[in-house]
Ligand binder design. Structure first.
Ligand SMILES: Cc1ncc(COP(=O)(O)O)c(C=O)c1O
Length: 167
């Protein structure tokens, strides 16, 4: 019978790895997590210094969040805010965020995305659309700082100033 490691080698691609090296090395399988720690299948408990992929901002094992997600998904699995569609959780979160902005840096409109890369792709498009509307369509360059990381999609990867991401 195939082990999980065998199945991983056969069927998963791991981003930001050399595929041949990874295939030889095999996966490190994460089975659970609590607070700042994760547990791996080989019985190790590690500090999750990466916080998932910088997205576990309040720690692992928060059952109250799992309950809220479960309750919401029982009502409806997902709906976008494309076109004129909207939904109460998105509206309420956007309004709540307006009250969290630092003084002098107020933002009163939000567009939610599935992650950081998509957020940055959206920002690039909004910035370009803004320049076009202002009559400056030639202003299309995105500047980024040396060693910065902006995500793994095409545009966000290009803005990332780490050469390994520029394939
Ligand atoms: C500054 C920054 N921008 C963009 C991203 C990409 O976000 P995601 O992995 O959700 O696409 C990250 C983290 O991964 C990030 O730290």
């Amino acid at each position: 019978m195939s082990t999980l490691e065998d199945l991983d080698r056969a069927h998963l691609l791991h981003p930001i790895t050399e595929f041949r090296v990874q295939e030889k090395k095999g996966p490190r399988i994460v089975e659970g997590g609590k607070g700042i720690r994760i547990e791996t299948a080989d019985g190790r408990s590690l500090i999750d210094s990466l916080s998932g992929l910088w997205n576990i901002v309040v720690g692992h094992g928060r059952t109250e969040i799992a309950d809220a997600v479960s309750e919401q998904m029982r009502r409806i699995a997902y709906y976008p805010s494309f076109w004129d569609f909207s939904n109460e959780p998105a509206i309420r979160l956007a309004e709540r965020l307006t009250r969290r902005m630092p003084a002098g840096r107020e933002i009163d409109r939000f567009l939610f995305t599935s992650g950081g890369s998509e957020a940055n792709e959206t920002n690039f498009r909004i910035a370009r659309a803004y320049q076009a509307v202002k009559g400056r369509p030639e202003r299309r360059k995105i500047l980024s700082r040396s060693s910065s990381y902006h995500g793994i999609t095409r545009g966000a990867g290009s803005a990332t100033r780490i050469p390994a991401y520029h394939i």
